[in-house]
Write a protein that binds this ligand. Structure first.
Ligand SMILES: [Zn+2]
Length: 104
C-alpha cells in the first residue's frame, strides 16, 4: 500500500514536472522561431545604444555654477569670460546676471 502510494506520487510529480518544463520549452521555441533574427539583432542594437548613451553621459563635461553651486552640463551652461580669460559657468541667465552684478 505504501509502495503503491509512493509510486503514484512519483508518477504525479513526474507528470507535473514534465508538463511545466514542456510548456517552458514550447514557449521558448515559439518565441525564438517567431523572430529569431530580428529579436537578437534588436537586442544587440539596444545594448549598443545603451552602452553609447552611458558612455556619452560619462563624457559630457559638467561644470559648477559659481553663483548657486548647481552642476550643469557644459554645453548647456551660460558662460562669462572675465578679463583674465577665465570662463565662469552658470545654470541660467539669473545666476549669470547675479554674478555680473556682484563682480562689477
Ligand atoms: Zn545657478
Amino acid at each position: 500500500m505504501n509502495a503503491l502510494f509512493e509510486f503514484a506520487w512519483i508518477v504525479v510529480l513526474y507528470m507535473v514536472v514534465s508538463r511545466v518544463f514542456g510548456k517552458i520549452l514550447q514557449a521558448r521555441v515559439t518565441t525564438s522561431k517567431k523572430d529569431e533574427n530580428r529579436a537578437d539583432g534588436l537586442e544587440q542594437r539596444m545594448d549598443l545604444a545603451e552602452e553609447i548613451r552611458t558612455h556619452r553621459e560619462n563624457i559630457v563635461e559638467v561644470v559648477k555654477d559659481e553663483c548657486c553651486g548647481a552642476y550643469v552640463p557644459k554645453d548647456k551652461a551660460y558662460q562669462i569670460v572675465d578679463e583674465d580669460g577665465n570662463t565662469h559657468y552658470f545654470c541660467g541667465w539669473d545666476c549669470r546676471q547675479k554674478y555680473v552684478l556682484e563682480n562689477k
